[in-house]
Design a protein around this ligand. Structure first.
Ligand SMILES: *Cc1c(COP(=O)(O)O)cnc(C)c1O
Length: 385
């Protein structure tokens, strides 16, 4: 009876308007109707990526799109740099290693960002790097890497392509793919894009296409050249996730309704600030510094003396608040509060209030209402701007 309050870093809640759009009658992907849907939708998604290039739509999870980015640009035996600041950076490492790329791993402690100084220093002894892979938003730690600055470093110091995993932030974080000099930008449907899982979106720069044209790694289903060829006809090489593309069109309507994508980005910033101020007011620690804090997900340290493996299920069972735990070695040490996509300041007030209720149940010492008040103050001062 009670709705599940899903505050995970994906999958995330689906707006009613998107659900209804996805419930439309099925159409064939080899019809004029589809071509119109595809072409219009792609035009409308471009501002979210900050690109003039086409957006390719793959019928897959985010991982397949990352794999596509890797196999289409690099061949086995070639050298790459992978920047990893958490579990999803490690994903990229695994993909590259699987295909026999020589991986130079720039690793940072979980909870830290990779800075431009880190990257400049790391690149110094290296030459012959074919691609640099990076995670924009590290979902396991709530870090937003300074991807614009990292792109600039790659541009300045190498001839490598810069490939970015934006799966858990594109749709909620600023992205200027062309201006910043990102060569491939990837995202998935089920994080900040307000859609169910199953569709990934990927855009490729002119420079990257030139590399892809001569790359030797074989790929069939994930061959981006066939995507490019079919896109000229307003289609995809195989059957696309048609319902999800109908949903994507509705997502673009919602962003227009909000006042354009920059407003969507501002809302995510506001929600981030609300969550962080609330936790500070409760004297609960945050994993990351404010400087590199993600606008879509906040990693919160387990409050002193609290058993997280009991607390999170309690919040879910008693208050229907569904938060995510930590990954890897952070399991038990942090929990993750997703605030991406179809999530609003009112949802933050609700979740903070329920976290406080749970803390009272666990006899955690704090002043009830302090977190809500802090979040509300952030919200109100934003409204007065
Ligand atoms: C979720 C996620 C992925 C993987 O996406 P799937 O759709 O689960 O394959 C990759 N990178 C990041 C940063 C993610 O958050």
């Amino acid at each position: 009876m009670y709705p599940n309050i899903l505050r995970h870093p994906g999958p995330t809640p689906i707006p009613k308007k998107v659900q209804l759009a996805m419930a439309q009658d099925m159409i064939s992907h080899r019809t004029e109707e589809f071509v119109r849907l595809y072409q219009e939708t792609i035009q409308r998604v471009k501002p979210i990526f900050g690109t003039k290039q086409d957006i390719l739509l793959l019928p897959s999870g985010g991982t397949a799109a990352l794999e596509a980015a890797a196999v289409n640009t690099v061949s086995s035996g070639e050298e790459v740099v992978v920047i990893t600041v958490g579990a999803f950076g490690d994903y990229f490492v695994s993909i590259c290693e699987k295909y026999g790329f020589i991986v130079h791993k720039l690793e940072k402690k979980w909870g830290e960002a990779c800075t431009e100084e880190d990257l400049i220093e790391f690149l110094k002894p290296l030459s012959n790097i074919k691609a640099v892979f990076a995670t924009y938003n590290e979902t396991s730690t709530g870090i937003l890497n300074p991807i614009d600055k990292l792109a600039n470093v790659v541009r300045t110091y190498t001839n490598a392509l810069f490939v970015v995993d934006g799966v858990s932030c594109i749709g909620g974080a600023p992205a200027e793919m062309d201006e910043w000099g990102i060569d491939i930008l990837v995202t998935g449907s089920q994080k900040a894009m307000m859609l169910p899982p199953g569709l990934s979106l990927l855009s490729v720069s002119e420079r990257a296409w030139e590399v892809i044209e001569t790359n030797r790694t074989p790929a069939y289903y994930l061959n981006l050249l066939s995507y490019r060829e079919w896109a000229t006809k307003g289609m995809t090489p195989n059957t696309p996730t048609i319902s999800l593309i109908m949903g994507l069109s509705a997502v673009c309507d919602l962003i227009d309704e909000e006042g354009g994508f920059s407003k969507t980005v501002e809302r995510h910033q506001l929600m981030k600030n609300m969550v962080r101020e609330a936790m500070k007011a409760l004297s609960i620690g945050l994993l990351t510094s404010d400087e590199y804090a993600s606008p879509t997900i906040t990693a919160i340290r387990t409050p002193e003396g609290l058993e997280l493996s009991a607390f999170l299920p309690h919040l879910k069972k008693k208050y229907h608040l569904d938060l995510a735990g930590g990954l890897g070695h952070l399991q038990g040490n942090i929990f993750r509060f997703g605030h991406m996509g179809y999530c609003f300041p009112s949802d933050i007030l609700q979740a903070v209030s329920l976290i406080e209720a749970g803390l009272q149940d666990f006899a955690y010492p704090f002043e009830p209402g302090a977190g809500v008040k802090a979040a509300q103050n952030v919200f109100l001062s934003d409204l007065r701007k």
